[in-house]
Design a protein around this ligand. Structure first.
Ligand code: GRF
Length: 204
């Protein structure tokens, strides 16, 4: 069976290292996908600068230039409807999506979170894990639903917490795993065939 090239839209707000690792996986032929647009809600951040350097369709859609969340989202949705991605990949996108957005793209929006969900949702997940005293943490790639950091899980990778870890050192090791986890999830999606049973993503 021919493998289908998966069309990806990447939404980011900052550094863009997950975006870069996805792009690298495509470039080396590991992931059969095409990045059809990169959208940042923050102008000038490294991720969107890099997207432009790479010659990808890059859009700076500054949320501060819109009177409301829904107006901003409307513009993001307009760009998405033109780019026609199969999946919307949140890669450090620091905006909550409205229920309407999530409904329109049900089970087609992915996010990566730097903890083993359902532990430590929300901001500063690595520091939360360290403060709690867990011995393992990691990262989670999941579909986005209406709850924060809570949709069905595609891939998780584990990272051991060391005695001498700081939030920075732990974040760095988790980030290395994030780069692999996102690519792994997208490769699985590119092979097609999954269903969602309750909260479980079942690959076929
Ligand atoms: C990552 O830690 C990701 O888990 C979180 O935001 C960060 C984005 O990093 N959602 P980058 O912009 O991909 O480097």
């Amino acid at each position: 069976m021919d493998r289908v090239t998966v069309r990806l839209a990447v939404l980011l707000s900052g550094r863009g290292s997950n975006f870069q690792s996805i792009h690298d996986a495509i470039s080396r032929g590991q992931l059969n996908a095409e990045i059809v647009c990169v959208i940042s809600n923050r102008p000038g951040v490294p991720g969107i600068v890099r997207a432009r350097e790479l010659g990808l369709p890059a859009y700076e859609i500054d949320h501060k230039s819109y009177p409301s969340r829904l107006d901003h989202e409307g513009e993001v949705l307009r760009v998405l409807s033109e780019a026609k991605p199969d999946y919307v990949v949140l890669a450090g996108y620091m905006r909550l999506l409205s229920a309407g957005f999530i409904h329109a793209w049900r089970n087609r929006i992915l996010n990566i979170h730097p903890s083993l969900l359902p532990s430590f949702p929300g901001v500063d997940a690595q520091k939360q894990a360290l403060d709690y005293g867990v011995k393992v943490s990691g990262c989670t790639v999941h579909f986005v639903d209406e709850q924060l950091d809570a949709g069905p899980i595609l891939v998780q990778r584990m990272v051991e917490v060391r005695n001498d870890d700081t939030a920075e050192s732990l974040s760095g090791r988790i980030l290395d795993e994030e780069h692999q986890a996102y690519v792994e999830a997208l490769i699985k999606l590119s092979h097609g065939g999954f269903r969602i049973e309750g909260r479980r993503v079942v690959w076929s």
